[in-house]
Structures are given as structure tokens and as C-alpha cells.
Design a protein around this ligand. Structure first.
Ligand SMILES: [Zn+2]
Length: 291
């Protein structure tokens, strides 16, 4: 109605709290930060249905007593006139208009919790964005954090939560990204290759192949050995892999990617006939050095 001269019985100077009966409560909160963001609401349809009968302001989120805007409010029935008013919860408390409203309290607490979480999440995101923009290698870091590895996935969540990551973590992210990309490439190559059984007999064979990995394997008694996995491809392009101790004569020159040759005996793996274990390699040489 009007903001100038009020004649209604609900105005602050005239209100008689004992003349009112509690009807129900309602709220609608817009989750930070967007107007169009998800809304949590309670009894909004119901209050809109009653709203036109309210005596003072048409806006259901404008307190019919004091005129203040709010998100959480009550509907009370004014017994002498049969009119309903909508009133903000703070105003209601101020005039002692108190009622038991367990569902509302529960939903309201939940809504406030969710808004806090969203606000914290948004703050983390904004901090993280500012942090990444300041980094000379920011874009590269973002790419690394999306490479699909568990470590970088967790690091990304931490960046979003805390707004920054340490230099050591950034280095780690780049390392993980590189290794993961190589792993994916190998997995792709494997998916398209045709595997054949390893030569499973007692004879010694000459093997030519590319070293796919060179790793130190600890051994409790002897300290450990450098082990290589060698991918052997025949003229038809068929593949098997053999694994064993890197011959000491080529250990210094062998890297992942080196093409090597040696004589050895092979025994087949129980799990995979295209995988074997070579023993006592001799006449080893590096044919092509790794790039
Ligand atoms: Zn009010």
C-alpha cells in the first residue's frame, strides 16, 4: 500500500502481538553469488496464495510491520481483521511472535550451511584463479592438473580449496603429467598391437627390441638389480615383451627408448603368454641410443 502515512493496525506503533496467531513460515534464499543460482525455498507457493490478503505490502519479502526486506519470514493471522501479515523473522522475534516451527528451523539451518559451503567454495576458486594468473606457467599448470592422474586430481581439489599450491607441488604436477602422458601413449599403442607368445623353449634366442622401462628392483639379499622390459617386434609387427636384469655390459648406455639386442633364454609368464622372463643374457649391445 503506502509508505507515507500508515493507518493499518500492524504498524510498529500500533501492533498488538497478542492479536496474532501463527500460520506458517517460509523462505527463499538465492545461493551466492548469482541471482539465477539455485534457490532453496519453503512454502513460497503457499505464501503467494495468502500474500494478496496481507494488508500492507504486496511483496512477500517485505515486512508488513517495519517495511524491511528479508529472506526468512512468517505468516501470522491478525484475528481482529482476519488479515494475514508477512513478517521477517527478526521482527517477529522482536515483538515476541514466537512459534514452534521445526521443519522451518531444520530447512533454514540446512540452507545457511549450504550457502556457507558455496561461499567458501567460491572464495577458494577466486583465490585459486588469482594464484594461477600470477604464475608464469599458470596455463601449463592448469593443463597438468587436468591430465587425469589421481595425484594431479587431488592437487587440483587442494588448489580450489586453499587457493594455492607450493612450488614443489607444481614441479610434481608437471612430472606426473609427463609420465602420465607417456603411460597413456603406451596404453594406446598396446591396445592396437597384436601380441604373440614368447618363444617358450629351452633354447637361447637372439632378441632385438626397444627398452620400455628401466627400473631398479631392490633385493633384500643382494641389494638389487636394474631390470628392463623389452618390447620385441617381429617382421609381421607382432609383439611380445620380455623382462629381466639389464646386462651389465650395456647398463650405462641403456635408457627407456634404447633399442637393444642380446642372447638369452626365456620362460613364459603364467598369467600372460606374450610376456616372458629372460635369463643370463649374453652378447648384449645397444643398437640405437634413446633420444
Ligand atoms: Zn519487520
Amino acid at each position: 500500500m503506502c509508505d507515507k502515512k500508515r493507518e493499518d493496525p500492524h504498524r510498529p506503533s500500533e501492533i498488538v502481538p497478542s492479536d496474532y496467531d501463527y500460520a506458517f513460515s517460509f523462505f527463499e534464499s538465492r545461493w551466492y553469488p548469482s541471482e539465477n543460482y539455485l534457490r532453496e525455498q519453503l512454502n513460497i507457493e503457499k505464501v503467494r496464495a495468502v500474500g494478496p490478503k496481507a494488508n500492507v505490502y504486496e511483496d512477500i519479502f517485505k515486512c508488513d510491520v517495519c517495511g524491511t526486506l528479508y529472506s526468512y519470514g512468517d505468516v501470522w493471522l491478525h484475528r481482529p481483521t482476519g488479515e494475514y501479515i508477512t513478517i521477517g523473522e527478526q521482527c517477529a522475534a522482536k515483538y515476541g511472535l514466537l512459534a514452534a516451527k521445526p521443519e522451518y528451523e531444520h530447512r533454514r539451518a540446512n540452507d545457511i550451511l549450504i550457502r556457507k559451503q558455496r561461499k567458501r567454495k567460491l572464495e577458494g576458486f577466486l583465490k585459486a584463479r588469482a594464484f594461477v594468473r600470477m604464475l608464469p606457467e599458470g596455463l601449463r599448470l592448469l593443463r597438468a592438473l587436468r591430465c587425469g592422474h589421481n595425484i594431479t586430481h587431488d592437487m587440483r581439489l587442494n588448489l580450489l580449496k586453499w587457493g594455492s599450491v607450493s612450488d614443489a607441488q607444481i614441479e610434481l604436477a608437471f612430472k606426473v603429467e609427463k609420465e602420465h602422458a607417456e603411460y597413456v601413449e603406451r596404453a594406446k599403442a598396446r591396445a592396437s598391437e597384436i601380441n604373440i607368445p614368447v618363444p617358450d623353449d629351452d633354447n637361447r634366442h637372439r632378441f632385438f627390441g626397444i627398452v620400455e622401462s628401466l627400473r631398479f628392483k631392490e633385493n633384500f639379499r643382494f641389494g638389487g638389480n636394474w631390470k628392463i622390459t623389452v618390447r620385441v617386434v617381429n617382421e609381421a609387427g607382432e609383439v611380445y615383451r620380455i623382462w629381466g636384469t639389464c646386462p651389465s655390459s650395456i647398463l650405462g648406455d641403456t635408457k627407456s627408448g634404447s633399442v637393444v639386442a642380446f642372447d638369452a633364454k626365456v620362460s613364459k609368464s603364467d598369467d600372460d603368454e606374450s610376456f616372458g622372463f629372460f635369463k643370463r643374457p649374453t652378447k648384449a649391445s645397444v643398437i640405437v641410443e634413446a633420444q
